[in-house]
Design a binder for this molecule. Structure first.
Ligand code: DUC
Ligand code: ZN
Ligand code: ZN
Ligand code: ZN
Length: 478
């Protein structure tokens, strides 16, 4: 087994920063030591195979992206990153674990949907991965099968209040699934948008000739995110289910979560980099030589980008500081413009929904530290520590401590990253949603279970190194 010493860096955790050396033996962290102590102690020093110099750099637990959709079937196509390409891109960006969503389609057995996701991921991932379960058809069979997922290491499931006819659950179905959540401790994850109303609005806009990508965001009005978030909160309150609302983008939805939490309810929420940095106005102004106004399709995702004039982005940053939102995930769901987003040219309703960001989350959130939106510690908490605790990985992941997996990132605050150039990213996409973004920091070295998989701009990872991780119940259950 290889022994690696990460020497001279500042170890940053959710609770503080301290100069320390980190000793890794095989796949695990074995010690966090006073700077220089290993090199002075001769026995230990003799056993170290590799020293990684982290002088002037941050040493942080590897990123955990708890919301990705590799190969998700959507709108007659499928997300363009496979588990192989998507996890490699994640590794480049300092993310060492993803939690992807296995899909049960309506009419399909949960076990069959899950088995398909295991087949897609097995032997192809560069980093460790876990699954949540999308329940696309809440019926008696599904309700009976859900508790069995816990033994499979799947302790959270996602329901959709949006997308009637595809993943959608009505209130009666949500109620029954939440009763399972209450009884088992599984976390209910909710896509909180009122899909039936949104679909009518979208149809009316289309009928009026409003077909550009921008109208996707008009149809998906914030009122229908606020309403669905409130409904989810009340159903969770009624049943006693723990609730986690995914991809929150409307400031009014955050207010609902804050209100529920102030009343003592176990309700949580995540936002995504796109809701912090991008806006509906950006989408309205988007245009290119190749695509004209259809350029805005690159930012079609759900929930949609929100108006900057209405203050949603500022509200998301604020909520991350005040803990009204607890985490940042990507909702990584990439589609190429050519042959994929293009399916919705002339009809925004047919644009596959999703943005690719799995490679950029750690950098984009670090930029929030640079601009004074977040502390260094909060950056680590939002991107690694809380995801680990929320989704039952903490101890093994999300922390630099003896016994934890050696998933470690050496981050250079004096480095620089130009993330916008799509030729230089590693996601399987023909464009970037982040064209032109510049980051005042850089992912230098990435270790996954003790193995250096990225170092100084060179990739040393391999497909199949990443293992399936079984998750325990959320540590946020009261
Ligand atoms: N939102 C997206 O943007 N893509 C996939 C599914 C979703 O809910
Ligand atoms: Zn969703
Ligand atoms: Zn999603
Ligand atoms: Zn560097």
């Amino acid at each position: 087994m290889t022994t690696t010493l990460i020497a001279g860096g500042i170890v940053v955790s959710a609770t503080g920063r301290v100069p320390a050396d980190v000793l890794v033996d095989g796949e695990r962290i074995v010690a966090v030591l006073a700077p220089g102590s290993v090199l002075l102690g001769s026995d230990l020093a003799a056993s170290v195979d590799t020293v990684l110099d982290a002088t002037g750099k941050y040493v942080i637990p590897g990123g955990i992206d708890a919301h990705t959709h590799m190969e998700l079937p959507f709108g007659g196509t499928a997300a363009s990153d496979t588990f192989e390409t998507g996890t490699r891109a994640a590794a480049w960006g300092g993310t060492t674990t993803i939690i992807d969503f296995a899909v049960q389609r309506t009419g399909e057995r949960i076990q069959d949907g899950l088995a398909e996701w295991h087949r897609k991921a097995a032997g192809t991932c560069a980093i460790d991965y876990g699954f949540h379960q999308i329940i696309g058809g809440v019926d008696q069979d599904a309700l009976a099968a859900m508790p069995g997922l816990i033994d499979e290491g799947i302790t959270s499931f996602k329901l959709f209040m949006a997308y009637p006819g595809v993943f959608y659950s009505d209130d009666a179905q949500i109620l029954k699934a939440m009763q399972v959540s209450r009884d088992t401790g599984m976390l209910t994850m909710m896509h909180a948008e009122n899909g039936p109303v949104i679909d009518v609005l979208a149809e009316q806009l289309y009928a009026e000739g409003k077909t550009d990508p921008y109208f996707h965001g008009i149809a998906r009005a914030w009122q229908m995110e606020e309403e669905a978030t409130h409904r989810a909160i009340m159903l969770a309150n009624l049943t006693g289910a723990p609730l986690y609302v995914v991809h929150v983008s409307a400031k009014q939805a955050v207010e609902q979560l804050a209100w529920a939490r102030d009343r003592g309810q176990n309700a949580f929420g995540e936002t995504c980099p796109q809701y912090l940095y991008l806006s509906l106005e950006d989408q309205l102004g988007a245009s290119s030589e190749q695509w004209g106004r259809f350029e805005g399709a690159k930012w079609v995702c759900s929930t949609p980008l929100r108006s900057r004039a209405e203050g949603h982005q500022d509200s998301m940053w604020q909520a991350l500081r005040t803990n009204d939102l607890q985490m940042v995930s990507t909702d990584h769901c990439p589609f190429c413009m050519k042959d994929q987003k293009e399916l919705g040219r002339g009809d925004f309703r047919k644009i596959p929904n999703g943005i690719g960001s799995v490679e950029h989350r750690m950098d984009l959130m670090y930029q929030g530290v640079v601009t004074g939106e977040l502390t260094l510690e909060r950056w680590v908490e939002l991107t690694s520590t809380t995801p680990a605790r929320m989704f039952g990985l903490y101890g093994q992941k999300g922390v630099i401590a003896p016994g934890a997996d050696a998933d470690i990132v050496i981050y250079d605050p004096n480095g620089h990253t130009s993330i916008g150039v799509h030729e230089s990213h590693h996601m399987n996409m023909d464009h970037s949603a982040w064209e032109g973004f510049e980051i005042d920091g850089h992912v230098d070295t990435v270790l996954s279970r003790g193995r250096v998989i990225v170092d100084g701009g060179v990739y040393h990872g391999s497909a199949g190194h990443g293992r399936y991780v079984k998750r325990a119940l959320s540590q946020y259950l009261i």
